[in-house]
Design a protein around this ligand. Sequence first.
Ligand SMILES: [Zn+2]
Length: 411
Amino acid sequence: MNDLKVNFERLLKDLEELGKIGQDPLGGVSRPSFSLPDLEARRWLQQRIEQAGLVCRQDGAGNIFGCLPGKNPQVVMAGSHLDTVINGGRYDGSIGILAALECLRRIKEENLSLNKTLEMVSFTDEEGNLVGDFLGSRAFTGQLQVEQLKNARTQFGHSLEEILQKAGLSAETVAQASQERPEVSAYLEIHIEQGPVLEEEGVAIGLVSAIAGKRYYQASFVGRAGHAGTTPLELRQDAFIGLADFALKANQLTLRKYEGNTVTIGRVMLKPGSFSIVPGQADFTLDMRSLDGQSLKAIEEELLKLASEVASTRGLSFFSQLMDGTEPVVISEAVLNRLKNLCQELGYQYLTLPSGAGHDAQIMAAVCPVGMVFIPSVDGISHTPEEAINYEDLEKAANLLLRTLISLASE
Ligand SMILES: [Zn+2]
């Protein structure tokens, strides 16, 4: 049992096949939740689970499970997500699911008799292509209400209900998904780092120590549109200048007072949006992240106050609406220590590091201890067609997952 390894060739073959589903002519993989490619990937995964001799089930949120029953029903779970952003990469999410599948398949082949039940999971809509991130894991952990789901509109303009119905689900089934949840004693997830640290340090395995929390706002500065030639600079209520002023000040303030935390304005839309008209409105997204819950709250309050101040000194109005938020999570020390010990046994060098990006593991932390294993992202990039990994790193992470699952399920 101590020298058991995954069948890495088989894992790579799965990865190659899954990577072909949703290939986008414009580059990379486009598999947003419940799109045709996502539905195809779901069918493919269900087949793979059945071929492996695991018990396949889907819950009311469309989360897909492959189960290997143990002596008692308590579950040690591992997984990630099948969905991708538009023109995303082949590894974000996929490696976590396929590594978990391979581990269970391998354990079943060996006829290992374990105390606890093992389950692999593919969580619905981790990327938040529909509404907010983590629809599947939030539903699984009982963090979504029917009303909230019924009123939700997706970023594609359709109501969430409409899209759920096409997949044979509804707001009610999603909200009730947590009632089908078994008793989960731990959740593990392998993921690409999506940053440059591991590659720079030349280390194959990253053990995540904490996951950042996030606040995501949709906000606007509103002033007055005017002719670019006839409105004197000193008489303008230019919404873009307000946003530019705020963006610089917000960056300076965060760097000065909240080092290590982030603020990002990722999308900006100016209205009316003509080269010859002073912008009367600047709509933008505001994303704030921190590993510390109190800092996150403080940054949120301070930056919203700053935006109102900038607006009032420039004759503008400021509006904001919270779209999504998560709290930071500290990884279970028991699981982290177990991962460290097993890395040592396997002779794998590792680095502990925090995750600035959100993951299903963070949501799962509400119901059980979690652990996360990162592998390096080539050039630190993700969510693009160029996303890449080194296969040796994935092999190590998969073997670490295999050993950790066996160890946790033997208790
Ligand atoms: Zn991901």
